[in-house]
Write a protein that binds this ligand. Structure first.
Ligand code: B4P
Length: 182
């Protein structure tokens, strides 16, 4: 099974849900930039204070902050990994490519989780996290379309995209992901 993976898709598609399950079952490092940023916010660190307001508005935290987090984790890890919610724009994707080249590693597959906006909004509203109110969710979707969606073409050109229908139960989606991982 492939061991170096990205999970890509709109907010609420279930990246975090599926990434956690797969990482646990396959013994991969699960690196969720959203979770790591929320942990910094909860700890009240300097980085967290900087990220908090940006996340509450549904915008992207600065590339430099996010890259520093990812670099330190990947540098100190030799085995397989699953990046969830990163990269989120082309600058982050280019920086990741450079980091992986330094580490002599390669992305093996990008799992693209696809889901209708109406379902995304419903899922996020029922989750009810601090950044899950309707206006902020709409803004996060816009940010996704403008900044993150271009990564689909970016990774398609590199022959790495595996689309997965992200509607259905957690178990159904898990089975679809397992089938694209081979
Ligand atoms: P993230 O933490 O990445 O969160 P997300 O995209 O909103 O959610 P995800 O797709 O992981 O959905 P989940 O499994 O939780 O980002 C939050 C913020 O952090 C961003 O807006 C940004 O500010 C910042 N950030 C993160 N990474 C960054 C980066 N690289 N650069 C800059 N800024 C960054 O699922 C959603 C809900 O659906 C859950 O309640 C779940 O239980 C439910 N669900 C999942 N699967 C389901 C299913 N099959 N059926 C029904 N419900 C389901």
């Amino acid at each position: 099974m492939k061991q170096r993976l990205l999970f890509l898709g709109p907010p609420g598609a279930g990246k975090g849900t599926q990434a956690q399950r797969l990482a646990e079952s396959q013994g991969l490092l699960h690196l969720s930039t959203g979770d790591l940023l929320r942990a910094e916010v909860a700890a009240g660190s300097e980085l967290g204070q900087e990220a908090e307001a940006v996340m509450a508005r549904g915008e992207l935290v600065s590339d430099a902050l996010v890259l520093a987090i990812v670099r330190s984790r990947l540098q100190s890890h030799a085995g397989g990994w699953l990046l969830d919610g990163f990269p989120r724009n082309v600058a982050q994707a280019d920086a990741l490519a450079q980091l992986l080249e330094e580490l002599g590693q390669q992305i093996e597959l990008v799992v693209l989780m696809e889901l209708d906006d109406a379902v995304l909004v419903q899922r996020l509203l029922s989750r009810g996290r601090a950044d899950d109110n309707e206006a902020v969710i709409r803004h996060r979707l816009e940010v996704y379309r403008q900044q993150t969606e271009p990564l689909i073409a970016y990774y398609r050109e590199r022959g790495l995209i595996a689309p997965v229908e992200a509607a259905g139960t957690v178990q159904e989606i898990e089975a679809r992901i397992a089938s694209v991982l081979g």
